[in-house]
Ligand binder design. Structure first.
Ligand code: S6P
Ligand code: ZN
Length: 186
C-alpha cells in the first residue's frame, strides 16, 4: 500500500521555511525600554526591525515531553553605545533548560541565575551553548553584521518576560573604543 510523505519545514542556514513556521518581527518600538540611552533611542525610527524570530512549534505550547525549535536574527544596530539584544526571559517552568547555537555573525550570551549572578559566553558560528534551568537568557549582537542563532527548548517551558522587564540584567554590553565590553551595573 502506498502512502504520502508528510511535508516538513526546512532549515536554510538562518531561515526556517514551511507552512507551520511562525515568523515574528520585533521592532525598536517593542524593545526600546531595554536600552539605557533614551535620547539615542528617540532619534531612531520606531518601526526599525530589531530582531526576528522564526519558530517551529510542532505541539501545543505547554505540552509535556515535546520540543520547540527556533532561529533568531538580531540586526546590527546600536542604541547609543549599546548593542541590539533580545528582550531576554526566564522560563515560566523555571527548571526547563535550552540549547542555543551560533549560526552567523558574532554575539554574546548573557545568562543570570535567580540570585542575579551572571555568566557570559562568546557566540560565533558553530558554538554551542547550554542554558541550564533557572537561568534567564539574552543574546546580544556585538558585530557589524546580522547575528543569527538557533534554539531548542521544551514545549512546556513557557516564558517569563515580566521579571526581566521589571528588574533587568545586572550588566550592559556596550561598544567601548570600538570593541564589546561587558559592564556590570550592580
Ligand atoms: C525561547 C528561546 C528563543 C527566544 C528568541 C527571542 O525560549 O529562548 O527562541 O524566544 O531568541 O528572545 P526573547 O527573549 O525575545 O524571547
Ligand atoms: Zn528561552
Amino acid at each position: 500500500m502506498e502512502t504520502n510523505l508528510t511535508s516538513v519545514p526546512t532549515v536554510e542556514t538562518d531561515l526556517l521555511r514551511g507552512q507551520d513556521i511562525r515568523h515574528d518581527i520585533r521592532t525598536l518600538k517593542s524593545v526600546g525600554e531595554l536600552f539605557e540611552d533614551r535620547e539615542a533611542l528617540a532619534i531612531l525610527p520606531p518601526d526599525t526591525p530589531a530582531y526576528e524570530v522564526f519558530s517551529y512549534l510542532p505541539v501545543p505550547e505547554g505540552t509535556t515531553g515535546g520540543l520547540f525549535y527556533g532561529i533568531t536574527r538580531i540586526h546590527p544596530l546600536l542604541v547609543g553605545d549599546e548593542y541590539m539584544m533580545t528582550k531576554g526571559h526566564f522560563h515560566a517552568q523555571t527548571d526547563r533548560a535550552e540549547f542555543y547555537w551560533g549560526i552567523r555573525g558574532e554575539g554574546i550570551l548573557l545568562m543570570m541565575d535567580t540570585r542575579r549572578h551572571i555568566r557570559t559566553e562568546r557566540v560565533s558560528p558553530g558554538s554551542l551553548h547550554y542554558i541550564p534551568g533557572g537561568f534567564a537568557h539574552r543574546m546580544i549582537n556585538t558585530g557589524d553584521t546580522l547575528f543569527s542563532f538557533g534554539a531548542c527548548w521544551p514545549s512546556d517551558a513557557g516564558h517569563d518576560y515580566e521579571t526581566i522587564a521589571r528588574e533587568g540584567f545586572p550588566a550592559r554590553i556596550k561598544k567601548v573604543n570600538g570593541t564589546p565590553r561587558i559592564l556590570k551595573t550592580e
